[in-house]
Design a protein around this ligand. Sequence first.
Ligand code: IFM
Length: 757
Amino acid sequence: MWVIERNLYDQNENDVYETLFTLANGYVSFRGVEEFSNRKIPGTYLAGVFDKSEAQVTELVNLPDPLGIRIYVDNEPLLLELSELLYYDRKLNMKSGVLESTYIFETSSGKKIDISSKRFVSRKNRNRFAIKYTIKPLNFSGSILIENYIDNRTYNGMLDPTNKIQHYQVLTSGEEMPGILSLVRTFDRGHVIAFRTALKGMNEDGENILKLRKFRMIGQNPCELFMIFVDESREYTLEKFGTVYSSRESCDPLKEASLELARFYVEGLESELNKHTEIMNEFWNRSDIQIKDDETAQKGIRFNIFHLYQCVDDDPTVSIGARGLHGEGYKGHVFWDTEIFMFPFFLHTLPEYAKNLLLYRYNTLKGARKNAELNGYEGAQYPWESADDGLEVTPKWGQDYLGNPVRIWTGDEEFHINSDIAVALIHYFMVTGDEQFMKDYGVEILLETGRFWASRVEYNEKFDRYEINRVIGPDEFHEHVNNNVYTNYLAKWNLTKAREFYYWLEEKDAAKFEILKSQFGFTKREVENWQMIAEKIYIPRNDSEKLIEQFEGYFNLKEYEITEWDENGLPKWPKGLDLTKLGETKLIKQPDVVMLMLVLPEDFSQEEMRINYKYYEKRTMHKSSLSPSMYSIMGLKVGDTHNAYKYFMKTLLVDLEDNQGNTNNGFHAASAGGAWQCVVNGFGGMTLESDGILSFSPWLPKNWEALSFNLSYKGSMINVRITKEDITFATDISIKIRVRDKVIEIPPGRTTIGLSS
Ligand code: IFM
């Protein structure tokens, strides 16, 4: 249950598998291209390497592909589309973080050759990657030609031809012993990136087999060619070493890449692979989830967790794009997906990465301040789509569901991102107790986002209330709406928290407090005014009506009933619906009111949750992959367990089944975070309560014998194991926990609590 396998080769599926088989270490990423295919979409990305040049907006750059390798028998290239394929098998081994492939090719003259490979991107040394090939001629002896090359012709937009663009120019490309190099510079931001690769070849006795080296430039691509002489049924090893450096980390990337390559070459591939595997083991020890007796769920959750981990490194200036580092969907941009969907996984299992994700927001505060200023507001306005500097990069134009050009308003109106970041921040503090972080960074973010809301609200004299008009809530079918409950409620919450932490900092660190005040001009008067605004922000909710109106006027919109579902089990557009006028209907893209109830669960009663879930679930089209996970969790809270499992499966398999039809564009990272939340917060019933206590109210599907996961809490790790009968905590600290509303003091060691009552 650690392996994702592809054993039938159909070239039409290559682009989806390239996403599924992407290997990355949070710093560099390679889509899982078939090196022996002509039908591929190479994708090489470095976290934080964005560029604009002629593109509509700044985007993550598709860099040169250094994985190039060709093997020729009798001058005939071994190609999946050309040669007879006698055997094909490709496996992503998630446990070790290695992509393993096996092929048996037969050439046109009947020569059979067995080639297997192991590819990895090192977690030990982030600048290193490698592929090890084992080659065995099955029915011939003779010569084989090996070609090692770097492809400098890659570009962005391979799946989106109207936005095709090469973001880099080649500065130098050539040879340097051992191997070849490519040095490129992005046009606009001027990032310089160096790639180096080199080959080693050995026979079974460890003797060098690479002979008659030749170097060629094929256009701008550097290639080195070697001849190897082989005997039938003997095994030969070919090791491809690779390194990459960028000017984001070094003032001489080529020199660093070359030095690193030399070290790697000497230390050896196996040694690196061992270290990489060790780190992967440590990762799984901390983050694995075990689901007993549901193989699909078990493998699926590991797949999602594995790829989330591949998106992080210890760099506080980058975050995770909506499609991870796995493709160009959403141009590598960072959305609320990170803080609301992915963040809980990192916070509860790998908090050091959660901290970096928040630091990215701190490091882009300057851009967020600029956004607010440009739009006539105060404080910081985080961009709906963020790249490298915190400035708004949402494209202004896109396509509607019919393919017509359409103005995209999210960058102008989807303001709730500010509060989403504040929510993640407060959760981080509650779970880690990291006061230093709050003093150095957190409070400043809270104050600046609070200040933004105070300038964004509008006073309505008639009703003596503050409103937030012309916005888009999480449901993006409805634009320019007034008083979206998700936005208003969280703005109110954000303002209150900002005030609370203003006084917290005053008490905890007078010097820091003074600096912040003098630098940015915060005053007691200002934060007290925020409290007054917060109290008067209009929330369209009343005690007699438990059903909450998503925004003013929503209940008057046209009703359409969802009556049909597609082959993926997702709703089909109701008949007669005008897809250009979704805003005139009650259909929603993804949860909005329900989303709010998940973000602040303690603020809503069980009955309110049930009523709103029932009402909105029926009207949700799930046109975002962020949607099913949230309905799964809420379904569990309100007792709709059947749908909860169904929605969980949709979430879990979004990429493995490609059920949104766009996995070729990258991994659905928010959905993956949602899958983790479904298991831990949904089936595990874990809630982080506002008093800081972890509370559990689990429910396991019929086919799950047991569920087990780890939670990091205030610097310690708690293992939680749930069966239908009981819940067991293994911890090395004593900790207060709530199980089904009863607070229990858990001592260090293992404690089991019955779930029957
Ligand atoms: O952030 C999401 C949004 O909620 C729905 N559209 C896609 C975005 C990126 O995943």
